[in-house]
Design a protein. Structure first.
Length: 241
């Protein structure tokens, strides 16, 4: 049992080193070796009653590599990466997501995807690389019913919101039409009285809200005694029919 424990953390430390040095080619070699090893074990199993060799940790697919708090290799990359990211980060993310497409939308113990974590840790370069190379579903909600875009709005910084508004996979109408409108990104930004972010969302080509969200927005503006310009801005957003 102790040897198993040591082997696990030795292997995870090795993966950490690869991620830290952005070793895409090295990771590619590790994955190829693991695939060859698993194929070899499959052949032994087909040959009869001989006891198959135990699959080592290093022989397992990338999607089975788990770190603390149920985080996968992409979560771990976000944690280890420099905030500015870079071309090497994007290449590594591209390789990982092509090898194991499901990892980009996989949740950790808190229900957060790697994209959630990038916003939470303020890793802008890593976030851009995830959006560009990973093609994630940014509408996934964590255990607090927040999408990665909600987290971006909560930063109160326009650049984080713009990173998502420029992403073709952002379904803004869907996020602004959740069953509980007070949790929508638009209303969150309004409650924060962040004019720049609300204006950016209102002017976005894909911006559409439902009647319920519009009513909640009007009620919020009245309750907080907003200026007329807020009402005029919200009135420009098309209402879904």
């Amino acid at each position: 049992m102790l040897l198993e424990h040591r082997a696990k953390y030795t292997h995870l430390s090795f993966i950490d080193s690869i991620l830290t040095m952005k070793g895409t080619n090295l990771l590619r070699m590790v994955v190829a070796n693991a695939e060859a090893r698993r194929a070899e074990l499959d052949i032994h199993r087909d040959q009869g009653p001989a006891k198959p060799e135990e699959v080592k940790l290093s022989d397992r697919p990338l999607n089975t590599v788990k770190f603390a708090e149920k985080r996968n290799i992409l979560h771990r990359l976000v944690q280890l990466d420099e905030p500015e990211g870079g071309q090497e980060t994007e290449e590594l993310i591209d390789y990982i997501t092509r090898t194991e497409p499901g990892l980009i939308n996989s949740k950790d113990a808190y229900g957060q995807t790697p994209v959630h974590l990038a916003v939470e840790l303020r890793k802008m370069g890593t976030l851009r690389a995830l959006l560009h190379a990973g093609h994630p579903d940014v509408g996934i909600l964590d255990k607090e019913m927040l999408s990665a875009f909600d987290l971006a709005v909560r930063t109160s910084q326009l650049r984080w919101v713009q990173a998502f508004l420029g992403y073709p996979g952002l379904d803004l109408p869907a996020l602004n039409a959740l069953a509980r409108p007070w949790y929508t990104p638009l209303l969150r930004a309004m409650a924060l009285e962040n004019w720049e972010i609300v204006e950016a969302m209102a002017r976005h080509p894909g911006s559409v809200i439902n009647v319920r969200t519009m009513r909640a927005a009007i009620r919020l503006m009245i309750d907080l005694d907003y200026e007329r310009r807020w009402f005029d801005l919200i009135a420009t957003i098309p209402i879904a029919r």
